[in-house]
Write a protein of this length. Structure first.
Length: 370
């Protein structure tokens, strides 16, 4: 088992990674939680596959378990769904001494984590991510969130779990689209990190290779993200690097209205942001084709007509990273050498909508090297 220790100002916890870990999850949880009542939250996709086995383990270990199944999909990250969960937790008399476990992908982790962070001002929380995207990204770092009609993740909190249990064998039941979507986050982290991690990622030729190498891809992604989070838990500085591709990606994902999954939107965002930086002459024009090729190899989209939508500015305006009339965007000077640039929102949107991107290097300013 690979154990990654996360040390933060107010909390320490572990991320444990091992194939087959789902078979001993109750044993792992018993090392950090005394017997208590647990709300085991999952969705309609994951429940038929894993809920019964996990629930049975927990009951045998002395926990009182209430399984809660929500509809699968991004639409579950809503205030209405959170309200339904609060009602169910109250009906089961869940107290501040009890706990919530998220069993599922990124949507379930975000939703259950937010509910755990706010119910009775916070109850104990554990993540058992079952998708590649959740295992390499959303289960690590303590971000929880709900969506609003205005945009993604606009209601949320920083709330660290007591434990994260990652089993790559969960990925065997993912379809190719979901594997590819999770791989977009792996590409993001590998590009930020560089070195052997990037070399491994560029050698991936199909989703079968993603699955075969999942354990090492997850380990390297989590090591990188945990290191960033420990240095900057609340995203005041270095953690902004993890937003590479996400500002534009989130806007496109919202406009897509369910036709793009998160990783596909991030893939589009990565290539668009890199092209923007290169056409601005902030960096040499050589990485965009490389990124595009790596992402396209596993079937990920790298362009979208939604980038020219007049509604794009509205989405960028509602982005959490918006600082007045500018927004910090991440690009790569080279693989393993990320930078942050403050960009006027109006200029960014206008150039995307006009399909010109940026031809005037003077419109981007306040560069920050990290």
């Amino acid at each position: 088992m690979v154990t990654i220790d996360v040390h933060l100002t107010q909390k320490d916890y572990q991320i444990r990674i091992q194939s087959g870990l789902q078979q001993t999850c109750a044993e792992q949880i018993a090392q950090v939680w005394t017997p208590r009542q647990i709300a085991l939250i999952t969705d309609t996709n994951v429940a038929p596959l894993y809920l019964e086995a996990i629930e049975s383990q927990l009951i045998k270990a002395g926990y009182q378990v209430t399984p809660i199944i929500v509809p699968a999909g991004e639409s579950a990250k809503s205030l209405n769904q959170a309200m339904e969960l609060y009602t169910q937790l109250a009906a089961t008399n869940l107290t501040r001494k009890d706990g919530v476990i998220a069993l599922g992908g990124g949507v379930i982790g975000d939703l259950a984590g937010f509910v755990a962070s706010t119910y009775m001002r916070g109850v104990a929380f554990i993540q058992i991510p079952t998708s590649l995207l959740a295992q390499v990204d959303s289960s690590v770092g303590g971000k929880t969130a709900l969506d609003l009609p205005a945009g993604k993740n606009l209601v949320g909190s920083f709330y660290q779990p007591d434990l994260v249990l990652i089993d790559p064998k969960f990925l065997a039941t993912l379809d190719e689209r979901q594997l590819s979507a999770g791989f977009a986050e792996v590409v993001k982290v590998a590009a930020l990190n560089g070195g052997r991690f990037w070399q491994q990622v560029t050698a991936i030729e199909n989703t079968h290779m993603i699955l075969a190498q999942a354990e090492t891809l997850i380990q390297q992604s989590v090591h990188y993200k945990a290191r960033i989070v420990m240095a900057d838990e609340k995203e005041n500085n270095h953690r902004q690097l993890l937003n590479y591709g996400h500002t534009i990606g989130h806007a496109v994902e919202t406009l897509a209205n369910g036709t793009l999954v998160h990783g596909e939107a991030v893939s589009i965002g990565l290539v668009t942001m890199q092209r923007l930086a290169e056409q601005s002459r902030l960096t040499e024009a050589h990485l965009t084709p490389t990124l595009k090729a790596v992402l396209n190899t596993v079937g990920l989209p790298t362009a979208s007509s939604l980038l020219t939508s007049e509604r794009l500015f509205e989405q960028l305006l509602h982005d959490k990273k918006n600082q007045g009339q500018a927004i910090n965007l991440v690009y790569l000077d080279a693989i393993g050498a990320p930078k942050i640039q403050s960009v006027p929102l109006a200029t960014l949107a206008a150039n995307l909508i006009s399909k010109k991107l940026v031809t005037n290097p003077q419109i981007l300013y306040n560069e920050t090297n990290l």
